[in-house]
Write a protein that binds this ligand. Structure first.
Ligand SMILES: Cc1ncc(COP(=O)(O)O)c(C=O)c1O
Length: 406
């Protein structure tokens, strides 16, 4: 097979002893994290936004054959609303919900987009801390729905990502520390200035907005359900985690939708920012400190979102960590199109789940622990395209547009 030369990719797997039994419903597990009504409202609102289009679910039979699994379906979020990542449907949706709450009454998306409430919305400020994609979504939401945004970034966020957010008219503030410090700086300034924090992570007394964010992500899962073949069953989802909002939304959606037939959720993290992995081992939220220096920028989080964790603790079949090399290899595999697969542009954080699948398949112990065999039909959420095109070209050796043109 051309270009199939995987480097050594150590995969650490922790099989979750607290996984809820298949017959337990999400309501019985009493997580209260996501619900059907929340997903339904978000889908109805988001599908009314200009430029809405489902993103493609791409099949990778060549890679599945190479890895000895039955099938791989890759939900390619690179084209989401022109923002390059699934986050477009989370933060922007929470901005919308906040404005609707503030304005009261029946404020429609159409009226907000048409600027009918601009006189009031322009005095409202939303803010957030971000690794890049979430902040871009909040800045974009503020721009299209007509309010002001202040976005906090940390020392590891590239200038390219900073500029991409600033392009939506947001005020940018860089904190010379890690992601978690930028979360705290944002919260402190918001309290001082009367701004609304639109965060994708939760803390004591702050859950409603991040729940909107998670419900927004559900739009992606609704599309996946429509895109699967009739009666097709997914056995595993390999899903990357930052603070956990994405995997919790995915796991919660599938639990509500499929109940006992829900797939095994495998939460994948960079080895240097593995707060879910450590929390799973400890049996409670456990922070990871340090620089959290991983190439997978969107996943460089040291603290789980407690609300997301409360679901993932019960819904995850396993947690695993991968080295940055696994992400780079996964990006190259997608760009190359193994065994005749179509070429895909996947960004560093976006390929986290695929990196986990590849590393898990290549390591015999991990493969067995994860129950990966020729019957496995795996869903991957490719959560971003080349959101930092310069870094993408450095890592893959070709520009995103060259990959797509080849
Ligand atoms: C591309 C991408 N994938 C995955 C994630 C992880 O999402 P979460 O932090 O909700 O777990 C992020 C977070 O920023 C991201 O940008």
């Amino acid at each position: 097979m051309t270009n199939w030369k995987p480097p050594h990719l150590p995969a650490h797997v922790f099989v979750n002893p607290r996984l809820a039994p298949a017959e337990e419903s999400l309501a019985a597990a009493a997580t209260g994290v996501v619900d059907e009504a929340g997903f339904a409202r978000a889908a109805a609102e988001i599908k009314a936004w200009p430029g809405y289009q489902p993103t493609p679910l791409r099949r990778l039979p060549g890679l599945a054959h190479q890895l000895g699994v039955g099938g791989i379906a890759y939900k390619d979020e690179g084209g989401r609303f022109g923002l390059g990542a699934f986050k477009a449907v989370g933060g922007a949706y929470a901005v919308l919900r906040h404005l609707q709450d503030k304005l009261g009454g029946d404020v429609s998306v159409a009226d907000l987009l048409a600027g009918k409430h601009r006189a009031r919305t322009r005095d409202i400020t939303v803010c957030t801390a971000t690794d890049g994609n979430h902040g871009k979504s909040v800045a974009w939401g503020a721009q299209i729905f007509g309010c002001r945004a202040v976005i906090y970034i940390h020392q590891g966020v590239s200038v390219g990502r900073e500029q991409a957010i600033a392009a939506f008219g947001a005020e940018m503030r860089r904190i010379p520390d890690n992601y978690d410090a930028s979360v705290r700086a944002c919260a402190a300034d918001a309290a001082k200035n009367g701004w609304q924090v639109i965060s994708d992570t939760t803390w004591d007394g702050y859950q409603e907005i991040p729940r909107h964010v998670m419900h927004g992500y559900g739009v992606m899962m609704g599309e996946v359900m429509d895109q699967l073949a009739p009666a097709e069953q997914i056995s595993h989802v390999f899903i990357q985690a930052g603070v956990g909002g994405l995997p919790a939304a995915v796991a919660g959606y599938l639990w509500l939708e499929l109940d006992a037939l829900r797939p095994k959720i495998v939460v994948v993290e960079p080895e240097k920012a593995a707060c879910h992995f450590e929390s799973a081992k400890a049996g409670r939220p456990t922070p990871v400190t340090g620089k959290l220096d991983t190439l997978m920028a969107g996943l460089a989080c040291g603290e789980v979102s407690p609300l997301a964790w409360s679901l993932l603790d019960k819904a995850s079949f396993a947690f695993m960590t991968v080295p940055d090399d696994a992400a780079v290899f996964a990006m190259k595999v997608l760009a190359e199109g193994i065994g005749g697969d179509g070429r895909i542009v996947g960004g560093e954080a976006g390929v986290g789940g695929l990196a986990g699948l590849i590393a898990g398949c290549l390591d015999e112990r991990a493969r067995q622990a994860l129950l990966l065999d020729a019957h496995a039909n795996i869903l991957i959420i490719g959560s971003e395209g080349a959101t930092d095109p310069v870094l993408y070209a450095e890592l893959v050796g070709r520009k995103p547009e060259e990959v797509l043109a080849a």
